[in-house]
Design a protein around this ligand. Structure first.
Ligand code: HPA
Length: 274
């Protein structure tokens, strides 16, 4: 018997599948202020989320809200220019719906990107961090509810959420492009508020290097479906209590803008090298 989530997924899929001409090889999620990367895709066409049946639509500035499909080298890429977040009021299964659709369209690899606050003392605003693992214990799992057996199994292993081979490729590409790519653990909060200084201290004690309001739940849903996942955080600011001024979303977008050149080179060469 199909669950309500499964029915919603297939309705969304059926409403766009004819519009997706090539089978995507790689799915890409572009984080806050990083959406301009989609301009790199050749022969690109767009599907606004608002045209997809039952799809969640992003309400955040800096998040455009559409799929952009096009070529990078010999690969077909489906990019999400804008994602939806749990803090917008969507349920976790709605939040990960766009990820699941990209897998159902054929993408076996998922590249997740985001803007994040730096927790590690080794990071500065503008640092690029390859995600090696994550802490998702502060948000509900997107896999709660009846298991969708057609997507994956009930108790999925999470030993290597971020694919080891993809991490090797990413490091090698960064080296070749002379990009100082740091590594670390990403922690997801629900948002929309930034953290308190004491929460940041706690997250550091728990082993987190960066904090943000997305990504971990998407990586979990992708892992459940057997996708190979890679992740890159753009550290747009140091987390609360590490700088002597309050945080704001404008600053997050401005820093993301400043590093967008390096970010673009890294992600473009990475996708070509996979
Ligand atoms: N905290 C949470 N999410 C974020 C931050 C932060 O400091 N910066 C960008 N996204």
């Amino acid at each position: 018997m199909s669950t309500a989530i499964e029915i919603a997924l297939h309705e969304a899929l059926n409403s766009i599948k004819e519009r997706v001409v090539d089978t995507p090889d790689v799915a890409l999620v572009l984080g806050s202020g990083l959406g301009a990367f989609a301009e790199q895709l050749e022969d690109a066409y767009e599907i606004p989320y608002s045209e997809i049946k039952g799809f969640p639509v992003s309400t955040v500035t800096g998040h455009a809200g559409k799929y952009v499909i096009g070529k990078l080298g010999n690969k077909c890429v489906i990019a999400m220019q804008g994602r939806v977040h749990y803090y917008e009021g969507y349920s976790m299964d709605q939040v990960v719906m766009p990820i699941r659709i990209m897998k159902l369209l054929g993408a076996g690899i998922l590249v997740l990107t985001n803007a994040a606050g730096g927790i590690s003392y080794d990071f500065n605003p503008g640092t690029l961090m390859m995600i090696t693992d994550q802490i998702a214990s502060f948000v509900p799992s997107p896999l709660i509810g009846p298991n969708i057996d057609s997507l994956g199994k009930r108790f999925p292993d999470m030993s290597h959420i971020y694919d080891i081979k993809l991490q090797e490729v990413l490091k090698e590409v960064a080296k070749q492009c002379d990009i100082d790519l740091k590594q670390g653990v990403y922690l997801q909060t629900t948002g929309p508020n930034y953290e308190s200084p004491t929460e940041v201290k706690m997250y550091r004690l728990l082993g987190a290097d960066a904090v943000g309001m997305s990504t971990a739940c998407e990586a979990m849903a992708a892992n459940h479906m057997g996708m190979r996942v890679a992740g890159v955080s753009v550290i747009t600011n140091l987390a609360c209590g590490m700088m002597d001024k309050p945080l704001n979303h404008e600053e997050v977008k401005e820093t993301a803008d400043k590093v967008s050149k390096q970010f673009t080179i890294l992600i473009k060469e990475f996708i070509k090298a996979i």
